[in-house]
Write a protein that binds this ligand. Structure first.
Ligand code: GDP
Ligand code: MG
Length: 441
């Protein structure tokens, strides 16, 4: 998508506000992007409607194009939908505070139980007990025992022959008598939602009265996440969501679906199989991931900040009116690029797969090149910059000596200038992003 979005961002037309007309195509692209990221269709429809409502009629501030302004609105709305700020676990209860884990089999409940135990021990200095109410898979109880030990928490034994409710009561009793701050109850999942499972977890909820009921959902579940989330939301008053396996190659669209359907905040993200692979969920960062656009929003801001839009406009007008693009303009393009923090600074803000493609070595080389070109143009007289055709052999020698380079480099610059001049004519000015790409590559 990043390609598409940067295309939107590049649509720099001088329109003053966002209208039905000028955002139609862009909204279509955003819609595609969300579907590609596996956001469920009803959620996408809803989301697009909200973005449209928020964006239409909005004044486009300063030098932003409607496309840029819309990207800003989309990003903000995504982050707001996924939850503003971060919310840690609520432990405001008479100890032990009980955390109930819910979700399908394989979602990551057992793993997350241990990760949360570790988090509570390390960040909040809590005394944590875990227990497994998963009596259906014999290995499940042992699995929790192992990971709980690794987390440095205590584990309460249970047997496959026990009833889940009895296990819950016994663990709660033990936690009370031994002054545990927190009891985390791991539960059984099924491969698909079934009524028996829902009834069981509802009973556990009624008995344990947990302060947190966390819905654990696999980010790779994609479109299906919406159905699972609905079923669990209808069965239980969910207080939070843990989105697991975000380290996989999912685009994380499930976050938007699950959050919209349950209304519960996404509190944590699982980012590896390891015990420390848990992060407090960051909605801002995740919004960028879903759109696959890295920090393109920050890039847009940077471009506005650094580029003298009046100068750019003058340049565009000049090219349009056939006045030609001279070396002064070339120099001003180069210095605008430098104002944007240099090419490598810009690279940090591009989506990582694009940045990786370009490579740091390439960027360093491009940046040195830009500085050298600037030196050469600075060694020219104003007249020479306006009329590059004056540059015959003797003038070139003088300029090369002034800039401390070989004459070939002056020639190379003039070639590049001519190429760019041709390009400027085609683009009718304003194609700063395209130009940067050309220079970087
Ligand atoms: P449960 O059936 O809900 O208890 O799921 P488990 O905790 O047993 O996890 C199922 C599988 O997913 C295991 O192989 C875990 O190691 C793996 N898993 C859980 N969370 C994550 C995560 O955040 N990232 C990755 N890569 N794997 C995870
Ligand atoms: Mg399990």
């Amino acid at each position: 998508l990043s390609d598409r979005l940067s295309r939107l961002v590049k649509q720099m037309r001088g329109q003053a506000r966002i209208t039905e007309n000028n955002v139609q195509d862009m909204l279509r692209e955003v819609r595609m992007a969300l579907l590609e990221a596996d956001v469920a269709l009803p959620v996408v429809r809803d989301f697009i409607a909200r973005v449209k409502e928020r964006a239409l009629g909005q004044e486009v501030v300063g030098s932003l194009s409607p496309g840029q302004a819309l990207v800003g609105v989309v990003h903000k709305e995504l982050a707001a939908t996924m939850g503003e700020g971060v919310s840690d676990l609520n432990l405001a209860a008479q100890p032990p505070a009980v955390i109930l884990m819910a979700g399908l089999q394989g979602a990551g409940k057992t793993t997350t139980t241990a990760k949360l135990a570790r988090h509570l021990i390390q960040s909040r200095k809590k005394k944590v007990l875990t227990v497994s109410a998963d009596v259906y898979r014999p290995a499940a109880i042992e699995q929790l025992k192992t990971v709980t030990k690794a987390a440095g928490a205590e584990w309460f034994p249970s047997q496959p022959s026990d009833k889940p409710l009895d296990i819950a009561r016994a663990a709660l009793d033990h936690a009370r008598r031994h002054y545990f701050d927190v009891l985390i109850v791991d539960t059984a999942g099924r491969l698909a939602i079934d009524e028996a499972l829902m009834a069981e977890i509802r009973e556990l909820h009624a008995t344990l009265k947990p302060v947190e009921t966390l819905f654990v959902v696999d980010a790779m579940q994609g479109q299906d996440a919406i159905n699972t989330a609905k079923a669990f939301k209808d069965a239980l008053p969910l207080t939070g969501i843990v989105l697991t396996k975000l380290d996989g190659d999912s685009r994380g669209g499930a976050a938007l679906s699950v959050r919209t359907v349950t209304g519960a905040p996404i509190k944590f993200a699982g980012v590896s199989e390891k015990i420390d692979g848990l992060e407090v969920f960051d909605a801002q960062r995740h919004a960028g991931r879903v759109l696959g656009m890295g920090d393109i929003v920050a890039l847009v801001e940077e471009v506005q900040k650094g580029v003298d839009m009046a100068a750019a406009q003058k340049l565009a007008d000049k090219v349009k009116s056939g006045d030609g693009f001279d070396l002064n303009d070339f120099l001003s393009q180069i210095s605008q690029m430098k104002k944007m923090g240099g090419l490598s600074g810009l690279m940090d803000k591009l989506p990582s797969h694009l940045a990786a493609k370009a490579g740091q070595a390439d960027m360093d080389r491009a940046e040195r090149e830009v500085r050298r070109m600037e030196g050469i143009i600075n060694a020219m007289t104003p007249l020479e910059r306006r009329k590059p055709e004056l540059l015959k052999a003797s003038r070139k020698r003088r300029i090369a000596a002034g800039a401390g380079v070989q004459v070939q480099e002056v020639n190379r610059l003039l070639n590049q200038f001519e190429q760019m001049q041709g390009m400027m004519k085609k683009m009718k000015g304003g194609g700063l992003m395209k130009m940067m790409k050309r220079m970087g590559g």
